[in-house]
Design a binder for this molecule. Structure first.
Ligand SMILES: NC(=O)c1ccc[n+]([C@@H]2O[C@H](COP(=O)([O-])OP(=O)(O)OC[C@H]3O[C@@H](n4cnc5c(N)ncnc54)[C@H](O)[C@@H]3O)[C@@H](O)[C@H]2O)c1
Length: 265
């Protein structure tokens, strides 16, 4: 019997989808009936995803910070599925929450280049190489932004600058590509994942989330899967009046004030 899902018959290309948020979005898209190309730099986890999700997906080993990697993932998607309806730029790395005072002179340039190359150039190149295919299907782009796309203290200056750049990219592309292609974003606050780090700043990202839930109006740390429905919404008819929008799914961080009123819940 045919599986009825909100993304039946759609083809999605998702970057950074072997772990964390991207993986959860890929799983949800398959459950909703989509065929998915997963592009990632981890060969080992790509293999595991292929076994996990089977024929509904293909996997492509690609570094999104390179033009070559982006071309490869689009070519593979067209070769296998013949079309692309949804492009999700999601692959990202963190700056370890290192503040400007602690960024040493001998690594600041390399760290900036590495983070910007993945977080910003990766999205731009992905959008560029998938554009002609999305024009054919009048599809959409969705980018993973962040609370750090709007506010301070979600990372250090490099990560925050990279995520602010994504907010600009979403708005510019949404304006340029209307009315044929909708471009939107999802801005999570915190996620229970350990993000990767640039080589120049070491391999281990320190956890910034332990204990932060007490400061959140909705006081829990969401799992990656808690955000997946937002991507389904932005990829489907239900959001057809939305472009240039970034959904802030941040447990209410952005509406936090100084003190609670009396008689609160
Ligand atoms: N973790 C958080 O608290 C949080 C909060 C807000 C936004 N985000 C954003 O969510 C997105 C996903 O992050 P996550 O938390 O799931 O982290 P993650 O490290 O679990 O997932 C990132 C994925 O991107 C892949 N990747 C990294 N560099 C790549 C490259 N050059 N080429 C191809 N693939 C590459 C990794 O292999 C990994 O599979 C990122 O854009 C991040 O900025 C994360």
């Amino acid at each position: 019997m045919e599986k009825i899902g909100r993304l039946n018959g759609k083809v999605a290309l998702i970057t950074g989808a072997t772990s964390g948020l991207g993986r959860a979005v890929a799983e949800r898209f398959v459950a909703e009936g989509a065929q998915v190309c997963i592009a990632d730099k981890s060969q080992e986890r790509l293999k595991e995803m292929q076994t996990h999700l089977g024929e509904a997906i293909i996997t492509v080993h690609a570094d999104v910070s390179t033009l070559e990697g982006n071309l490869k993932m689009v070519e593979a998607t067209i070769e296998k599925f013949g079309r692309v309806d949804i492009f999700i730029g999601n692959a990202g790395i963190y700056d370890g929450n290192i503040g400007i005072n602690d960024l040493s002179l001998n690594r600041i340039e390399a760290a900036f280049d590495e983070v910007m190359n993945v977080n910003v150039k990766g999205y731009l190149l992905g959008a560029k190489v998938v554009l002609q295919e999305l024009l054919k299907t009048e599809g959409c782009m969705i980018f993973t932004a962040s609370h750090a796309s709007f506010y301070s203290a979600g990372g250090g200056p490099i990560y925050t600058a990279s995520k602010h750049a994504i907010a600009g990219l979403i708005k510019e592309l949404a304006y340029e590509l209307a009315p044929k292609i909708r471009v939107n974003g999802v801005a999570p606050g915190v996620i229970a994942t350990a993000m990767g780090m640039p080589n120049s700043l070491g391999s281990e990202a320190p956890s910034i989330i332990s204990g932060v839930e007490q400061a959140l109006p909705l006081p829990f740390i969401p799992e990656s899967k808690d955000y997946a429905d937002l991507y389904v919404l932005l990829a489907s008819e239900g959001s057809k009046a939305m472009t240039g929008t970034i959904i802030q799914a941040d447990n209410g961080i952005s509406i936090r004030g100084l003190v609670r009123t009396s008689g609160g819940l």
